[in-house]
Every structure is written in structure tokens, then in C-alpha cells.
Design a protein around this ligand. Sequence first.
Ligand code: PMP
Length: 354
Amino acid sequence: MKRFLHSKFNALDPYDTSGELESMNGGYIRLNTNESPFELSEKVMSNAGEAARALNFYSDPDCTRLREKLSGLMQVNPSEIVFGNGSDEILNFIFMAFCEHGAAFPDIAYSFYKILAKFHGVDFLTVPLDENFRTNPDDYKNFNERTIIITNPNAPTGIFLELKDVEKIINQNPDSLIIIDEAYIDFGDGSAKNLIHKYKNLIVVRTFSKSRSMAGARLGWCMTCEEIARDMNNIKNTITPYNINAMTQAVALAVLEDEESTQKNIDTIKKIRDDTKNKLREIGFEVLDSSANFLFARHEKISGEEIFEALKRKKIMIRHFSRPERISNFNRITIGTPEQMKIFLEAIKGVVSE
Ligand code: PMP
């Protein structure tokens, strides 16, 4: 028992950020958090400076200019968008408000779902990926109004689920709300976003943290039918009306005005990803086919933990998962700049040949 803490919070299970903190402070090459290695342009950054001048005023609670710009780019109506302080906040709203009948998600998926489900007392079940780490849409049936969450491309595997299979899951579950977490979709293809006009039980979640180089600014959003968007915005306006700060809004607007740079960065990452995959395969790694900005790989002879520790000693941080058991020999490697990946490949070749 804690003295002042509400008893419902006695057994919290917070997200583990220790790897992030260590890599931030220790002079590491950070290939562990799926950020973009590319800085924002000078022009974009000058917008943040401009916005800083007006920080004496509250930020626009509706993100009006950003909403209009994004709605044009995404071809959805402004009223079909909800903004969050990172897509983590959008996911929090979802677990808080749209999971009364429970939740279901793959056994290997973004670890935050489980944490949020536990926090909000949501009854959840996990659906095993098949032996090739793929989602089988036939496993998503008879869920009786349970909210279904699919990460696409999946994390940490990077595997993409074809849009026809996403649609199959939606069709098989007309009484469930379906969440497609598309944090990494810009590095693959086949967004479900256009389906929000066809199905009224769909939320497509996105973020500015990955392809748009804005992880530190904390901006996520989702696209959904007007009714769900209104409910979510009501929740947002009840607990955190000014959730998107003014600098973030200004920077995001400038980023969206320069889609060319974003696209160039995406193309570069995809190219390095595919080169790195081939090079890792040449030195005995099994590497899953990734549609994201990271690779998921295990070596035929050396354990995942050993590889992780050896690279860490060489000041390169990748992400190791000790659980669940069947991915404990894999590591997730974020794609960095060409220079960083050159250092990484040299280092990992050394580890393999030692
Ligand atoms: N979804 C997935 C699948 C992720 O990997 C992440 C980032 N770790 C998020 C959502 C949350 O990202 P953010 O809050 O930075 O938008």
C-alpha cells in the first residue's frame, strides 16, 4: 500500500525506456528506437523559432491549420482527424474509451498495447502470429465486439499485412472496432486510410515520429469516421484540450509543406534497409522482409543477447527483446544514415567472426 497513491495504481507496469535513456546519454549510435536519423531542414526549424515567440499564448486546441493541411494531403475531411501528443496518446484514448468489451492484438506487436490494456483494466487476448511471424486474418473471427488492434507494418517484425487481408479482418468483425496502427506505413505501402469512408468501425493511427523526423515533438493523429472522431475529440477536450503545443503545430505544418524532403528521406531509408538486409544475410543472419524503417534479424549461431551486448560495447545500440521466448534471439535494428550503417555493418561483421 502506498500512502497517497490511489490503490488502483498499486501495480503499474510502465513502458521500459531504459534503453532509450542510456543511448541518449552515452555517445551511442542509436539504432534502437526507430527514429528518423535525418534532422529537420533549417527552414522547418525556423518555424519552430517563430512559434516560440508566441508561447505566451495557449496553442490552438483544434490544430486548425495543421488539420486543414493534413486533410488535403490525406484526402480525408478535417472532421475525420484527431490529433494526439504522439500516437501513444491516441492509443491511450482508444484503450481508455473504446475497449469496453475487451481488446485483441497479436502476441508479437507494439508492447504498449498490453501496458495500456492493463492500465485501463481492459480484458485483452493475444492472437499468435503464425510460424513465419505473419498475421493470419482467419484467426480474427468471433471476437464479439472486442476491439481489434493490428500494427501494419507490424513492429517489431516489420512484416506488412496486405490491404485485402486488413479488409478481411474488418469484414469478419462488423461489431468490433478495428484499429490499424500505421506508425511505419510510409516505408511500405497500402494504407487502410481510404477504408474509413467505407467502414464506420475503423480507426487508422499515424505518427509524425518516424518518416517525418518529429519524434521529439510528439505528434500523432488518427483518421476515422466523423462520429468516432467527435467522441475522441470530446475525450481529448475533457482531459487535455491543449495537447499539441504551438511549436509542434508550426513545425508539423512546415514539414507537410515540404513533402519532397520527407519522400526523399523515405526512399533513402528503404534503399539502405534493403542493402543492409542483404549484407546481414550474407553473414549468416535470418532477416525478415521489412516494410518499415527497421530490420528484425537473428543469427544462426550467436544468441540475440550476445549480439546486442557485443554491439553495445562498441557503442552501437540496437533493440533486444527477451520476451516472448520465440523472438528472444532476434534483434531489431533501426535504419540509420549511410555512415551509421557502415559502422554498424563493420561492427556486426566483427562480432560474427570473433
Ligand atoms: N505505434 C507503434 C507500432 C510504434 O512502434 C510506436 C513508437 N514506438 C508508436 C505507435 C508510438 O509512436 P509515437 O507516440 O511517437 O507517435
